[in-house]
Design a protein around this ligand. Structure first.
Ligand code: HEM
Length: 396
């Protein structure tokens, strides 16, 4: 959901009304915040150490909970369990090992060079235009073309994915219709992927041997759903927030140019600061107490890990409300923590760093024309996770 009024001060961070950190008071006082979801007032875990401990204790706080990994059930948009996320070890370990090599491709030099060339062209296009809308006109195309490289499919596929908008389920008025569009797309993509030697995501899943057998249709679709649901708005919100930040902080690019290492630290800092994933849930089949706060959870109850709150924990991060472009160390949990930490983090980092490099190389300043925050509304908080609209002008 998005806010109607335009804000020209998107990074007015740190005050009690900071729309990116509505968890501050609860984090400092109780360490949890209850939120209404699926008929339950479940606790969000707000402090960094508590989030880490909860992630580690997967026997108590389980991911084996199909369709429920986010706060609200996704039964209206998908019928398959997302893989590997909605499983626990040892099943999770085996599923993750199977696909991990695919997700590590962005660490290869030729991959990085190709990705950077794509980003270079898109920044050049933005400079050539009088004005762009940076969410749908820059960040969405960047991540769609980026994903074609991760998944090893033709670049032309990006056009279809751009048509889906920023989120495969939630961008649009009718989530069920969108769920069925991507189901149809996945069926066709798997049906086309008949070459056992081909190196793309769909062919790989069609032909790979898993525990002495081929993957079932449900498993293949589970991997595809996770990849497309997890790998789009997350990166898009981070990229567009970077554009907004540079527009609001005219000295930022000069600071980055002065030391190339700062591209790496800045990329991590934007993931910490933006933390585009607000909460991921766990189920407690046998009940238990939440680490740190000792909050009792009944058998069958749910809890949720609140990454953006943990990333603002002043017990860990000095000047937590500020973007510190050379922050080091930066033990953020923007990409999660423990067994389920983000499989797409190499791709996300590669793209974020490429954008920062190309902004440094090609752009002198960005002018903000209009910024409309993307706001998530829940029973106990409203949070800005990115931008619904970001009109800007790029100058060389
Ligand atoms: C800035 C971008 C991103 C952020 C902030 C992010 C955040 C996260 C977080 C917080 C988790 C942990 C979930 C948990 O513990 O339950 C996660 C897991 C995951 N992410 Fe990402 N993500 C990003 C990009 C991507 C991309 C680009 C992809 C794929 C193309 C992706 C695929 C996944 C997968 C498959 C998992 C599950 C891993 C597992 O269960 O072992 N993510 N992500």
């Amino acid at each position: 959901m998005s806010d109607a009024p335009a804000s020209k001060c998107p990074f007015a961070a740190g005050g009690p009304a900071d729309p990116r950190d509505p968890f501050r008071a609860a984090r400092e006082q109780e360490g949890i915040l209850r939120v209404r979801a699926e008929g339950e007032d479940l606790p969000l875990v707000l402090r960094l150490q508590d989030v880490r401990k909860t992630c580690k204790d997967w026997k108590t706080f389980s991911n084996d909970d199909p369709l429920m990994i986010v706060l609200h059930s996704e039964a209206d948009v998908r019928s398959v369990r997302q893989l590997p996320i909605e499983t626990d070890p040892p099943q999770h370990t085996a599923y993750r090992k199977l696909v991990e090599p695919l997700f590590r491709r962005p660490q290869q030099p030729d991959y990085l060079a190709d990705l950077r060339a794509m980003v270079r062209d898109k920044v050049r296009d933005a400079l050539a235009a009088d004005e762009i809308e940076a969410v749908r006109g820059l960040a969405l195309p960047l991540q769609s073309h980026g994903l074609t490289r991760l998944l090893g499919v033709p670049d032309a596929e990006a056009a279809t994915w751009i048509g889906w908008g920023t989120h495969v389920y939630r961008d649009g008025d009718d989530p069920a219709a969108k769920g069925s569009v991507i189901d149809t797309y996945f069926h066709q993509a798997f049906a086309r992927a008949t070459d056992p030697e081909a190196n793309d995501f769909f062919s790989f899943l069609n032909h790979v041997e898993f525990e002495g057998r081929r993957l079932t249709e449900e498993e293949k679709h589970g991997f595809a759903h996770m990849t497309f649901a997890g790998g789009r708005d997350t990166v898009i919100n981070t990229l567009s927030s970077i554009v907004a930040y540079v527009a609001e902080h005219p000295d930022a690019l000069a600071f980055l140019r002065a030391d190339e290492e700062r591209i790496t630290t800045a990329a991590e800092e934007f993931v910490r600061f933006v933390s585009p994933v607000t909460a991921i849930a766990r189920r407690c089949p046998h009940g238990g107490d939440l680490p740190g706060t000792q909050t009792p959870i009944p058998a069958g109850g749910r809890v949720a890990l609140c990454w953006p709150s943990a990333n603002r924990d002043t017990a860990v991060f000095k000047d937590a409300d500020q973007v510190v472009l050379d922050r080091a160390p930066n033990p953020h949990v923007g990409f999660g923590f423990g067994a389920h930490n983000c499989l797409g983090q190499h791709q996300a980092r590669a793209l974020i760093r490429s954008l920062l490099h190309e902004l440094c190389d090609q752009v002198s300043r960005i002018e903000l024309v209009e910024a409309v925050p993307e706001i998530e509304e829940e029973s106990s908080y409203r949070r800005q996770s990115g931008y619904a609209k970001l009109r800007v002008r790029f100058f060389s």
